[in-house]
Design a protein around this ligand. Structure first.
Ligand code: SAM
Length: 199
């Protein structure tokens, strides 16, 4: 039987974190240097808010986190967080005109589809969310910006990863320790964005 309350769950409880998934972002940030003080970050699939909370600490008082989710976030954050209760697939440039008119320094996506239990269906829905995140990154990331997106590992994962090197200086597929070992999730990371698309 799957062990639900693992060491990351207990650590999150002890440290008052909103979700154990914060330790995935913490590890990715430690290894890749995703955020900078004063940075603006777009956080897709943000509820219940553990990544948003981490990002606000990482970017400090001059930074901004724009958090998007289909579900609400109930935590009141200390830093500069803006939350939109929205489907990321329907976001337009106008949605960020006020908070980040010149684009974002990082875009992270922890979006996950509702799972059906049919692996190929779930992988394909996850891939659709990854493509949405990449499209937004290509439009809204600043030059040099960083990208992270959760993907359910499947037949298309490597093709998706291999579609990134034209846009980023370095691309990696990572599975942080806090991912459950039985889980098919992994994270595609792109660092050093080449620049937004013209037009
Ligand atoms: C694993 S949870 C995110 C956990 C969050 N990063 C945290 O640490 O608190 C995945 C989230 O993706 C959201 N999501 C899935 N599809 C989405 C979509 N199309 N637009 C926005 N959010 C979406 C879900 O509502 C869910 O809250």
């Amino acid at each position: 039987m799957r062990k639900l309350h693992d060491k990351f769950f207990r650590q999150a409880k002890r440290e008052g974190k909103l979700a154990r998934s914060v330790y995935k972002l913490e590890e990715l940030d430690r290894r890749e240097g995703l955020f900078r003080p004063g940075g603006k970050v777009l956080d897709l699939g943000a509820s219940p808010g553990s990544w948003t909370e981490y990002i606000l600490e990482a970017v400090g008082p001059g930074g901004v986190a724009c958090a998007i989710d289909l579900k609400p976030i109930h935590r009141k954050f200390k830093g500069r967080a803006h939350f939109l209760l929205r489907d990321a697939r329907e976001l337009g440039d106008d949605d960020f005109a006020r908070q980040a008119p010149d684009g974002f320094d990082a875009l992270v996506s922890d979006m996950a589809p509702n799972t059906s239990g049919i692996r190929i269906v779930d992988q394909s829905r996850s891939l659709e969310l990854c493509q949405c995140a990449l499209t937004l990154a290509r439009r809204r990331l600043r030059r040099g910006g960083n990208f992270v997106c959760k993907i359910f590992y499947g037949p298309e994962t490597e093709a998706f990863r291999d579609s990134l090197p034209g846009f980023f200086q370095a691309v990696r597929l990572r599975k942080p320790l806090a991912c459950r070992s039985a889980s098919i999730e992994a994270y595609v990371v792109g660092v050093g964005f080449a620049g937004p698309e013209a037009g």
